[in-house]
Design a binder for this molecule. Structure first.
Ligand SMILES: [Fe+2]
Ligand SMILES: [Fe+2]
Length: 187
């Protein structure tokens, strides 16, 4: 089996375990990771980045959250440690492995990116939110206890923060869709 399929299988398995056992029963694969993977591959093709590195980075970027290791604030660093072990167990090429690990470690903002692959993963992590608007409502109402009359303001802030965290290049290409989404969802 190729490396991407093997890692994908691993992540889906871990996500299913989280869904069954964690208090919030969040479905990481179906609500977040599959969208990050799709968006990161699109960006990789657009920006001429290495699709394999980007795909593996996208698959593994939140693995510390999925595996419930450490605090959320450290999940990029713990994710790097877990991803290293996963890729070593699969005998993945050492140089490529380091490039994937940097995508995991630096995924929390495109401002940290040192390579185009890292930018693709960081930006895809954000674009994935706009691919799954129902999840944002769930996040507002269920996870953050937002009242109905505050939802538009909450979403507006969330959208703005996400958009501002994108790299300049992705801001530009996403701008039109961003305006449409804001118009439809917030009015
Ligand atoms: Fe993350
Ligand atoms: Fe993420």
């Amino acid at each position: 089996m190729d490396i991407i399929e093997s890692v994908k299988e691993y992540v889906i398995r871990q996500s299913n375990e989280y869904k069954s056992n964690a208090d919030d029963h969040y479905d990481f694969w179906n609500e977040h990771i599959k969208y990050v993977l799709a968006e990161s591959v699109k960006l990789a093709n657009e920006y001429g980045a290495d699709v394999e590195i980007v795909s593996l980075g996208a698959l593994l970027h939140d693995i510390a959250l999925i595996n419930k290791v450490g605090d959320r604030k450290d999940h990029h660093a713990n994710g790097e440690i877990i991803a290293r072990k996963v890729l070593e167990d699969l005998n993945y090429d050492p140089d490529k492995k380091e490039r994937v690990l940097k995508c995991v470690y630096n995924h929390r903002s495109s401002k940290n990116s040192e390579s185009i692959e890292e930018t693709c993963v960081a930006d895809a992590d954000i674009l994935a939110h706009f691919d799954n608007i129902p999840m944002l409502f769930n996040s507002a109402f269920v996870r953050n206890n937002i009242e109905l009359n505050d939802i538009k303001e909450w979403l507006n802030e969330a959208f703005k923060k996400d958009y501002n965290d994108l790299s300049d290049r992705t801001k530009e290409s996403f701008r039109h869709r961003y305006e449409l989404i804001k118009e439809v969802v917030i009015g």
